[in-house]
Design a protein around this ligand. Structure first.
Ligand code: COS
Length: 408
């Protein structure tokens, strides 16, 4: 049976997130964007009311929310401000590899840190010379006795300047391409250096930093999954997190559509509100269809995860479609506002800038099309999906399941 009706619990979760976005995020969003203010106070409040770390399984102190529940929250918070939601949601990206492949001890320590205090974690995959082409990374991790020594630089790291710990991908076998990458948990106090904070076009309230590792030592037990299994762990992580990014894009798209709709009903030209003109109506109609379609793809990609199914192609469909829809809808919202849309005093200008990153981070729209094309032309056999650990009724992921999936 296909049922698009949310449960009463899901409706209240959505309401909680919407109220938070309306009362705590929207009133400061434009000011934080202008000044590039890091939303420290909002992090504390969101953590207290349970709007962060909802993906962490109950066994490690989280609520173990389903992927679909996560998407409901992410859409609302991003409707409030996607820059602030990028900050609040990044723990999900950083800790998914730990949920999927960390040892029991690592999960207790590092997932526990996030649920015990409002701390942040970062996901360090991208490098100056390795963006879409993950396998070309240069950061290395060399095993010395019972430690790994990490050297290299990472860029575009969300919350990089504020994280308490980092999930870091590094080459453990330089000659083996994607089969020579491993993932590690690196606590900040192991010697992570924050090189610089980026000054960005949009999502300016989120911290994006370059970080480096100069002979940073971590115990061998900080390896996530097996040695040289990091690439597949990164891909499996993105399968889990791309639905969340898609939900954020839906939040931006919906915000832009609502603003454009309200404005079109108020703004009078040629003697009538511009909403009476068919040219405007058609733009609003397309916005409404695209928001609806993007949300349906997003929910489907999340529900597949919750059902323990492989969602690689759906997660790329959702991320690609929702991100492109957010950009188009934000662009059309500026168009509907006319000249005012180009002025910072009016709200759609920020959404237009914020939407752009959705087509870039967690895999560009072109990379999503690459994944979709490969999965369509050469469908993988229904390989075991990664243990998810946030699925409704799915309970918590266990390392054994996750490791077998990494190796599949
Ligand atoms: N789950 C599990 N394994 C996967 C997988 C997935 N979703 N996708 C690919 N793999 C496996 C493949 O099966 C292949 O396995 P074998 O080594 O057994 O053959 C291996 O991983 C390599 O896959 P592939 O050949 O597709 O790798 P490519 O180097 O061609 O890269 C892309 C694939 C481009 C899709 C990948 O590098 C990517 O997603 N890049 C974007 C990275 C990104 O999103 N960056 C944003 C930073 S995070 S904010």
């Amino acid at each position: 049976m296909v049922d698009f009706k949310l449960t009463a619990e899901q409706e209240s979760l959505r309401e909680l997130a919407h109220d938070f976005a309306e009362k705590e995020i929207r009133p400061v969003a434009w000011e934080y964007d202008r000044d590039g203010t890091f939303p420290a106070e909002i992090i504390k409040k969101a953590w207290e009311v349970g709007l962060m770390n909802f993906h962490i399984p109950e066994a490690y102190g989280g609520p173990g929310a389903s992927a679909l529940d996560g998407c409901l929250i992410e859409e609302e918070l991003s409707w409030g401000c996607s820059g602030i939601q990028t900050t609040l949601g990044c723990n999900g990206l950083a800790s998914t590899p730990v949920v999927l492949a960390g040892s029991e001890e690592i999960k207790r320590e590092y997932l526990g840190r996030l649920t015990e205090e409002p701390l942040l974690a970062s996901f360090c995959l991208t490098e100056p010379e390795a963006g879409s082409d993950v396998a070309s990374m240069r950061t290395t991790a060399v095993k010395k006795g019972d430690k790994y020594v990490i050297n290299g630089s990472k860029v575009f790291i969300t919350n990089g300047g504020y994280a308490n710990w980092y999930t870091v991908y590094a080459k453990t076998d330089k000659e083996a391409g994607h089969r020579g990458i491993s993932a590690f948990v690196v606590p900040r106090d192991a010697g992570v250096v924050v090189d610089k904070k980026e000054d960005k076009l949009g999502q300016r309230a989120s911290n994006t930093a370059a970080v480096s590792f100069n002979d940073v030592e971590v115990p061998a037990s900080h390896l996530l999954g097996g040695e040289n299994e990091g690439f597949k762990l990164a891909m499996a992580t993105l399968d889990v997190t791309r639905p969340a990014v898609a939900a954020m894009a839906v939040g931006i798209a919906r915000a832009a559509m609502e603003l454009a709709t309200d404005y079109a009903k108020e703004r009078v030209q040629f003697g009538v509100p511009i909403a009476m003109h068919q040219g405007i109506q058609f733009m609003i109609a397309d916005m409404a269809t695209e928001v609806e379609a993007a949300r349906l793809l997003t929910w489907k990609s999340a529900v597949l995860l919750d059902q323990g199914e492989r969602n690689t192609i759906l997660s790329s469909h959702a991320k690609r479609f929702a991100s492109d829809a957010a950009m188009k809808i934000a662009t059309d919202a500026v168009q509907i506002y006319g000249g005012y849309g180009f002025i910072k005093e009016y709200p759609v200008e920020k959404l237009f800038r914020d939407a752009k990153i959705m087509q870039l981070y967690e895999g560009t729209s072109q990379i999503q099309r690459l994944v979709i094309a490969r999965e369509t032309l050469l469908p993988r056999r229904a390989a075991a999906p990664m243990a998810h650990g946030q699925g409704a009724g799915g309970g918590s992921a266990n390392g054994a399941q996750a490791k077998s999936a990494v190796g599949s």
